[in-house]
Ligand binder design. Structure first.
Ligand SMILES: [Zn+2]
Length: 263
């Protein structure tokens, strides 16, 4: 993603399909509750002693009724605070790009949340505008919102380390390789193919909050640091460039691997 990507959305209310409404729970993993962090290492830095359980996806991404059974992992104070700051910004800005019905409902508490942090509020409303985008063959006027991709990448980096531990008990080394991308339709098809590579585990598929966050993950058979993730948030966030090339992305993917992959 370029650092000037914009997120745009027409906030179309879409009814959830029956199939996605039925799959509300995390599959293939048990929820860690209570003082399960005691004596555990923080899964985000892989270094400090954990002091609490942290929701891998902040509860604020979800409507109040959809916050049960969200994945939790042991975290230290430092990581918890750093991640909270990213979440404070992104839980406010991301619903603007969603097409899912919960994205619109999620916007309602945003002004209240933002009034507590003027800095975030300023950034959120700077650059507010309208743009034309193509939806199912027709151009529609939609509101656009600049998104700080560095912050989104940093949050995804926390999330993939959290999920690797939650699903497979893999503690990622602190200096591992990470690549985060917003995928266009053709990019998504290529990534799906990559995810079905025989050297990757069976993997996980989860739907949290009735389609609010849908993700898939795969892990390397021999090298647990190799993981591939595909995230669909709010039914697909629309990312487009400042110089709109006409092709927009709606899926976020992430790959991790050993540090040597950085070369
Ligand atoms: Zn930590």
């Amino acid at each position: 993603m370029s650092s000037t990507d914009r997120i745009s959305g027409s906030l179309i209310d879409r009814q959830l399909s029956d199939s996605s409404a039925d799959k509300g729970n995390v599959s293939g993993a048990s929820i860690k509750m209570g003082k399960k962090y005691k004596g555990k290492t923080c899964v985000y830095c892989g270094n400090a002693l954990a002091t609490s359980m942290d929701h891998v996806f902040a509860r604020e991404f979800f409507l109040r009724g959809d916050r049960q059974n969200l994945p939790q992992v042991p975290a230290c104070d430092g990581c918890n605070n750093g991640k909270s700051q990213l979440e404070h910004y992104l839980t406010a800005v991301l619903p603007f790009g969603g097409r899912h019905s919960t994205a619109k409902a999620n916007l309602e508490p945003v002004p209240n949340r933002l009034s507590k942090n003027l800095k975030v509020r300023k950034r959120l409303y700077v650059g507010w505008g309208k743009s034309w985008s193509k939806e199912s063959g027709v151009y529609v006027l939609s509101s656009t919102q600049p998104v700080d991709n560095k912050q989104l990448e940093r949050l995804i980096s926390f999330i993939v380390r959290g999920l690797a531990w939650f699903h497979w008990q893999t503690l990622m080394p602190p200096n591992h390789y990470l690549k985060v991308m917003a995928l266009t339709e053709s990019g998504d098809r290529a990534f799906e193919k990559l995810m079905s590579h025989p050297d990757l585990h069976t993997g996980v598929e989860c739907d949290l909050g009735r389609g609010t966050v849908v993700y898939k993950g795969k892990q390397g058979l021999d090298q647990p640091e190799i993981t591939l993730w595909r995230f669909l948030m709010y039914g697909g966030l629309k990312f487009s460039d400042e110089e709109d090339s006409g092709e927009s992305a709606s899926v976020i993917c992430a790959m991790t691997g050993p540090a040597v992959m950085m070369k």
